[in-house]
Design a protein around this ligand. Structure first.
Ligand code: RB5
Length: 165
């Protein structure tokens, strides 16, 4: 699978490890940085991986910072990116099955290398279930930035267009 990977300084060592691990499993890995343990800002690399997803340059993304949280917050600002920060295999599985997550974020200070490998393995091998989850995922990607989608439960009153966009 064509993957984009990125990290900040806190995630650098785990990114390097996963890059080798993924390549050994036949994945095509686009490393978008950072390239050392020198202190840097996670949004710079979070946006690069998110952009690679939006532009279709990679099918899935992997982002690593200290907690996984800053990377998820960053990547989710781009419409079409669904980044899930996971520390448990079940979360990684459901992020794919129900949310069609296309970016996995992890905290190098929260997960061991072995757990990170398992999370990535589950994330890359689990299919999206589709069905009733399809429209929910489409709704997320339809929300214009800065506009509340709040509407009534029957689907009226919100800012979202009705039907497929
Ligand atoms: C860096 O110290 C840390 O703040 C960063 O890696 C990340 O955890 C932010 O969410």
């Amino acid at each position: 699978m064509r993957l984009a990977i990125g990290s900040d300084h806190a995630g650098f060592a785990l990114k390097e490890h996963l890059k080798t691990w993924l390549a050994a499993r036949g994945h095509d890995v686009l490393d978008l940085g950072t390239d050392s343990e020198s202190r840097c800002d996670y949004p710079d690399f979070g946006f690069l991986v998110a952009q690679a997803i939006v532009r279709g340059e990679a099918e899935r993304g992997i982002l690593i910072c200290g907690t996984g949280l800053g990377m998820a917050i960053t990547a989710n600002r781009l419409t079409g990116v669904r980044a899930a920060s996971c520390t448990m295999e079940y979360a990684a599985e459901m992020a794919r099955r129900h949310n069609d997550a296309n970016v996995l974020t992890m905290g190098a200070r929260l997960v061991t290398r072995e757990l990170a490998e398992r999370l990535v393995d589950v994330f890359l091998s689990t299919p999206f279930e589709g069905g009733r989850h399809e429209e929910r995922v489409r709704k997320m990607d339809r929300v214009p930035r800065g506009v509340s989608p709040a509407g009534r439960k029957d689907g009226t009153g919100g800012c979202l267009p009705v039907g497929p966009a």
